[in-house]
Ligand binder design. Structure first.
Ligand code: C2E
Ligand code: CA
Ligand code: CA
Ligand code: CA
Length: 284
């Protein structure tokens, strides 16, 4: 009777079935997609709040699926993590982004070096090839390690032991910046921050969203102020994401945030647009 009940439920919910089928379809299509070159990267500018100059960009992966069109990372990164494809996919994103950053630097010579931020999945962190792959990719492209920032989510590092931190420490010693992504969502012990080899806190979008209403939520403002002063006292830079209005940008600048990212400046876009934006602000 139990299993019949289960069957009835599934039959009564064709939408859930469709989701399972789609999901399964995406899962089996993932590895071939990498071989066929169906992934591409959009870059979203990172802007220095002090003077509005473009400092670099975050690489955000997309999948141009032959049937479903462009799929955002939320649709396939979790699948890639479950199936292990995230390791070769993440390596491809790193390779492509590093090569792109080198190209920007060559084309914008003199206007200040452009840097690139790349997201790392927790599975990549525990993969033994992370350090050697990264070194090889940087060397092959001829990019300085300090033009690369690897973004790791706060939740991936909660309770991290030394084995997990070791590869990040080695990368940090080489000059690669490590950013703590989605900061403020993981309830991590703030004192723990000193133990982590990070140089940037990336404040989660939920904080900037709380500032969007007018007047801004005073509690959100106090929290952001507190995080910024804590970060600076630990020698960490603060990047804010999800900045959608000029008023937010000004508020965040006044609160001492260092770098901003969001639709107010630019949506994620093709690599050439980043290079144009950087040249534009170099020439005024
Ligand atoms: P994230 O690292 O927090 O990236 C920022 C997300 O916020 C991006 O979504 C970006 O398009 C979006 N965003 C930027 N500015 C604004 C804004 O002003 N307002 C709003 N509402 N949204 C904004 P996207 O591209 O869909 O990426 C989602 C997540 O997928 C990323 O979140 C990241 O965790 C993951 N992801 C993207 N690319 C990669 C990758 O190459 N590897 C891994 N492991 N994860 C990736
Ligand atoms: Ca990120
Ligand atoms: Ca550095
Ligand atoms: Ca984030």
């Amino acid at each position: 009777a139990k299993s019949a009940g289960g069957n009835r439920y599934e039959l009564a919910d064709p939408e859930a079935d469709a989701r399972v089928i789609t999901r399964h379809g995406l899962t089996t299509a993932l590895p071939a997609a990498l071989d066929r070159g169906e992934f591409f990267i959009e870059y979203q500018p990172l802007v220095k709040l002090g003077d509005g100059s473009v400092r670099g960009a975050e690489a955000l992966v997309r999948w141009l699926h032959p049937q479903h069109g462009v799929l955002g990372p939320d649709r396939f990164i979790p699948l890639a993590e479950r199936t292990g494809l995230i390791v070769p996919l993440g390596r491809w994103v790193l390779e492509e982004s590093v090569r792109q950053a080198r190209a920007w630097q060559q084309r914008t010579a003199g206007s200040g070096p452009l840097r690139v931020n790349v997201n790392l999945s927790p599975c990549q962190l525990t993969h033994p090839g992370l350090v050697s792959d990264t070194v090889e990719i940087l060397e092959e492209a001829g990019l300085e390690p300090d033009a690369l920032c690897l973004e790791v989510t706060e939740s991936a590092l909660i309770g991290a032991d030394d084995d997990l931190l070791k590869p990040l420490r080695r990368l940090a010693e080489m000059g690669v910046d490590i950013a703590l992504d989605d900061f403020g969502t993981g309830y991590s012990n703030l004192a723990n921050l000193r133990r982590l080899p990070v140089s940037v806190l990336k404040l989660d979008r939920s904080f900037t969203q709380g500032m969007q209403q007018f007047p801004a939520d005073p509690v959100d403002l106090k929290i952001v102020e507190g995080i910024v002063s804590l970060a600076h006292s630990l020698d960490l830079a603060v990047t804010v994401e999800g900045v959608e209005t000029g008023a937010q940008a000004e508020q965040l600048r006044l609160m001492g945030c260092d770098t901003a990212q969001g639709w107010y400046y630019a949506r994620p876009g093709p690599p050439d647009r980043l290079h144009e934006l950087a040249l534009m602000d170099a020439t005024g």
